[in-house]
Design a protein. Structure first.
Ligand code: 13P
Length: 235
């Protein structure tokens, strides 16, 4: 399974390095062979060699150039980063990235062979508009995306579940994952208020190939426990 930590705009470089080291020590001490990804804040990237795959939370689709405030491939290459998160709801809804912009970013990093964790998910008002509207909304987030890309991981993260402590019911997660699996056979993660208290249950659900964890992952021991759960469930 795939266990991913999105550290968002948290931790310093020093704390991030310590965090990754602690996770790796835990993985090796407990013989955990799951795929573990960590996405630190961009300024905390370092050249990392180890079992944890370190990815970028964002980058602009460019090698380099005049894109003030952004980083490009050259800045990722310096740290041998070959994994990127694209389409996170905070980038779609807070930063305002459009589907067109995300498609450009996706294609750019796909052409460079990156592992891409591509996020989809609906806001509350869309969910409340009913199943068809919701699936229609999510389908639009697949437009322009090469769903058969071999290095693709998809993360279903309902916007209303992110950072709120709310989650869909297990039945809803299974049902939505089943529909999303019809769009792409890429591994499908669930994200949105995954905590150490519900991670095992979520990981055990049909059609869930892993989890993408935000706030709860900031507690390194919680994140490690989630990796342990994944190992114990080994699908
Ligand atoms: P929370 O786990 O804090 O809800 O965040 C989920 C998320 O956005 C992961 O990308």
């Amino acid at each position: 399974m795939i266990i991913a930590a999105n550290l968002k705009t948290n931790l310093t470089r020093e704390k991030t390095i310590k965090y990754i080291k602690e996770v790796e020590n835990f993985l090796s001490k407990n013989s955990i062979s799951q795929e573990v990804l960590v996405f630190p804040a961009i300024s905390n990237l370092t050249l990392h060699v180890g079992d944890v795959i370190v990815g970028a939370q964002n980058a602009y689709p460019t090698i380099n150039g005049a894109f003030t405030g952004e980083i490009g491939y050259e800045q990722l290459e310096e740290f041998a980063i070959k994994t990127i998160l694209i389409g996170h709801s905070e980038r779609r809804h807070i930063i305002g990235e459009t589907q067109d912009a995300l498609v450009k970013k996706f294609n750019f990093y796909k052409n460079l062979g990156f592992k891409i964790v591509y996020c989809v998910g609906e806001p509350l008002e869309v969910r409340e508009a009913g199943h068809d509207k919701m699936m229609g909304y999510i389908s639009k987030q697949y437009e322009g995306i090469d769903t058969s890309y071999e290095n693709l991981i998809i993360a279903y993260e309902p916007v209303w579940a992110i950072g709120t402590g709310l989650t869909p019911t297990s039945g809803d997660i299974v049902a939505i994952h089943k529909e999303l699996k019809e769009k792409s056979s890429a591994p499908l993660l669930y994200g949105g208020s995954v905590k150490v208290t519900n991670a095992k249950e979520v990981l055990a659900l049909d059609g869930v190939d892993g989890i993408l964890v935000g706030s709860a992952a900031l507690y390194v021991e919680h994140f490690c426990t989630m990796c342990e759960y994944a190992q114990s469930l080994e699908k």
